[in-house]
Design a protein around this ligand. Structure first.
Ligand code: PMT
Length: 401
């Protein structure tokens, strides 16, 4: 959803400037165009060159500096913005914005923009609580400016209280939410499977895998944000149920997952199978705990249904099927084999031997391969960001018919 979007970030001077470097880098990975405007004070904390390297665009500080690319710089940037983010926003810039003072590049540009403006304050807690600052925030809110609330905690000055810049995740989610107000998946029914399955052996033991559900839950949250009606079928995980789901079904075994998928399949437009389903289950379930003896114990396993393969064979023409492949060797070759064997429209291939990719981590590193052979590899990024990229690929598949 950030592809083709322009985010202008106004950076004012505070210790939290360094966190905004991460915001810029995350937005770039999501394919947004990012322009940074800094106040003079901000350049005392981080050099403009850092933002220039991260955004791959010139950084503007001085109002009268000529940047060839734009006609009248502040107006050009003000018009180019799909979203204008001010982060960190000091009491000073908030005061200027609330009172119509435009005396540098950032304050003039933000005043000239018609894009939605998101403001992420960061300052000392006493400053933040000061009634003058609160009055300015209230007045900006009344004008339609949106605030990304600062967090409470230990501040750089040593004081405790509210005033820390919101974390990078929260800022990225706020941008995402703003950009998808037009809800590109509105009216679409999406079924997502997430987490592991648990195949019981006796009342105290089971076979399972390391899936935490983070990838699937991130996709479910992103799809809800995009307006989809989401059914999430989840194996046992410790994550909280995402808000805004149409249905949330918790299962334990692959067979239970299979039966819920079959029940729900016909009404879905999109099916995304990010769950790590056990391929085998113990042949016999023992009602009583298996007692140990001095002998070795041999387990016999039965093949579980391949749910994705079954979906591929039974899908209707309009349905889009997305599979995942968790691979440790011959990653691309094995992933593409699964795309074909399971007749998916798209496969998300993760090399689970790579640091930060695959099971349990908050990040993932994947290659997306489409049915037509088109493939793209993405850098390591938070699963929450990757979720949006996967959904954008699905939206493109729908557009291309
Ligand atoms: O949950 P996290 O900790 O965030 O980790 C994310 C993840 C690594 C689990 C996820 O990114 C992922 O790769 N999920 C698929 C894992 C997997 O089981 O891959 P596979 O290569 O074994 O299966 C291929 C596809 O067939 C998958 O879409 C799987 O859901 C499906 N499958 C597999 C076996 C089976 N019996 N039925 C299935 O439907």
């Amino acid at each position: 959803m950030l592809k083709g979007k322009t985010i202008v970030i106004g950076v004012s001077g505070g210790i939290a400037v360094y966190k905004v470097c991460d915001v810029v880098s995350r937005l770039k990975k999501l394919n947004a165009t990012v322009h940074v405007i800094m106040t003079e004070a901000a350049t005392e904390f981080v050099a403009p060159l850092t933002f220039q390297s991260l955004s791959q665009q010139p950084v503007v500080v001085d109002m009268f500096e000529k940047v060839e690319k734009w006609d009248i710089e502040h107006i050009a940037l003000a018009k180019a913005a799909d979203i204008f983010l001010v982060a960190p926003a000091t009491a000073n810039i908030i005061g200027k914005m609330a009172n119509g003072i435009a005396d540098d590049m950032l304050s003039t540009t933000v005043m000239a923009t018609k894009a939605p403006v998101l403001v992420a304050p960061a300052m000392n807690t006493n400053m933040y609580d000061n009634p003058i600052v609160q009055k300015n925030i209230k007045s900006l809110k009344e004008f339609g400016y949106q605030f990304i609330e600062p967090e409470s905690g230990r501040l750089a000055c040593g004081d405790m209280g509210k005033g820390k810049l919101a974390d990078v995740d929260t800022i990225i989610q706020a941008i995402n939410r703003e950009l998808i107000k037009d809800q590109p998946m509105k009216g679409l029914k999406v079924l997502i499977t997430a987490g592991p399955t648990r195949e019981p052996l006796d009342p105290v033991r089971y076979l399972t895998n390391h899936s935490s559900g983070k990838m699937g839950y991130a996709i479910a949250e992103a799809a809800v944000l995009k307006g989809a009606e989401v059914t999430l079928i989840s194996g046992p995980v410790t994550l909280r149920e995402p808000t805004g789901l149409k249905d949330f079904v918790q299962i334990q075994t692959a067979e239970e997952m299979f039966s819920i998928v079959k029940e729900n399949l016909s009404e879905q437009d999109i099916i995304i199978k990010s769950a790590a389903v056990a391929d085998y289950r113990p042949r016999y379930y023992r009602d009583n705990k298996i007692k140990k003896s001095d002998e070795d114990l041999e387990l016999q396993l039965n093949r579980n249904p391949d749910i994705l393969k079954w979906i591929g064979m039974h899908k209707e023409d309009h349905q889009i099927i997305v599979g995942f492949a968790a691979e440790t060797n011959d990653v691309m070759e094995n992933g593409i084999k699964k795309l074909k064997a399971k007749q998916t429209d798209l496969i998300v291939i993760n090399d689970i031997t790579k640091a930060g990719a695959g099971f349990k981590s908050d990040t993932n590193k994947v290659t997306l391969v489409h049915k037509d052979g088109n493939e793209k590899s993405y850098p390591l990024m938070p699963k929450k960001d990757l979720a949006h990229i996967i959904l954008e690929n699905i939206i493109d598949i729908r557009k291309d018919g």
